[in-house]
Design a protein around this ligand. Structure first.
Ligand SMILES: C[C@](O)(C(=O)O)[C@H](CC(=O)O)C(=O)O
Length: 286
């Protein structure tokens, strides 16, 4: 089922953040219907750096291609600002589509951008953003959704964010993402302003500007997609810190064994038996 079709269903689509083949495989096996390839998660894991526009479009497309080899689920892909002007955004649509994305999220921050939950963001003009959206729509060759994100709440205020979002629909956005609403009243106002016009995406960042709500509560408010972009990295980073500290202290992996997969456990999680069986099927030995 295409992502566009799935968004006509009444229940909210939950898209967990992924950033490589392993996280894509594990999220797929957990039963999700779509994945979110988070630019923040790629910056955190591949660069060990913040989400401030350091990672490149090529790093993102490389990552997308690896993920597409590992899962058949539709992937919503973070295109940041489109990596430049409208022509760059156009090219980003072409390369992300080729890599296997089902939706591109593009935002109206200046370049380089920042995580939506950091302070001191700045925006491009509304018309420039509309041009980027139109350029991306012009470049697409498949039914790839354009998710227009505005970071205006923290910069120009709530009303300006609603105004920008309306213009982004007129420019051709398929889905709206109003970043970092600050309370449940702002969440409800967003849903009320756009319900029935285009699907709405909401972002749950642990410790970010938006209060954490359950997917069901967000669905009841009127949201259609919820992403949990960086949660997996926060979970793994905490585990990794604990693991390294334990290994350093004990000089042994024994104290941590009950908190990790053993050899067979990891192989089961990544499908080693199935891959080896497949190899036998094709190596002429069967
Ligand atoms: C959605 C987001 O753009 C991302 O890169 O995943 C980030 C998430 C994060 O920084 O945790 C965002 O700007 O909200």
């Amino acid at each position: 089922m295409t992502l566009r079709k799935r968004l006509t269903a009444p229940d909210i689509l939950i898209a967990p953040g992924v950033y490589d083949g392993l996280t894509a495989a594990l999220a797929t096996d957990a039963g999700f219907e779509a994945l979110y390839l988070s630019g923040a998660a790629v910056a955190y894991t591949r660069l060990g750096r913040p989400d401030i526009g350091l990672s490149t479009a090529s790093e993102m497309t490389d990552t997308m291609a690896l993920i597409a080899d590992r899962t058949d689920l539709p992937v919503i892909m973070d295109a940041d600002t489109g990596f430049g002007n409208a022509l760059n955004a156009r090219r980003t649509m072409q390369s992300y589509e080729r890599a296997g994305a089902s939706a591109l999220q593009v935002e109206d921050q200046t370049y380089p951008k920042k995580c939506g939950h950091l302070s001191d963001k700045s925006l491009i003009k509304k018309d420039e953003m509309c041009g980027k959206i139109a350029a991306m729509a012009d470049a697409r060759r498949h039914d790839t959704l354009i998710i227009a994100r505005t970071d205006a709440i923290a910069v120009e205020g709530f009303d300006a964010a609603i105004d920008r979002a309306g213009s982004y629909i007129d420019a051709g956005a398929d889905v709206l993402f109003i970043e970092a609403p600050r309370d449940s009243s702002e969440l409800s106002k967003i849903a009320d302003a756009f319900r029935g016009r285009v699907p709405l995406l909401v972002n749950m960042v642990e410790g970010g500007a938006t209060p954490i709500s359950s997917a069901t509560a967000l669905q009841d408010m009127g949201f259609d997609i919820v992403i949990f972009p960086g949660g997996i990295v926060r979970a793994l980073a905490k585990t990794a810190e604990d693991y390294y500290a334990s290994l350093k202290k004990a000089g042994s992996n024994k104290p941590f064994l009950d908190r990790m997969h053993d050899f067979d456990g990891l192989n089961a999680a990544i499908g080693t038996p199935e891959m080896l069986a497949m190899g036998k099927k094709f190596d002429g030995s069967a």
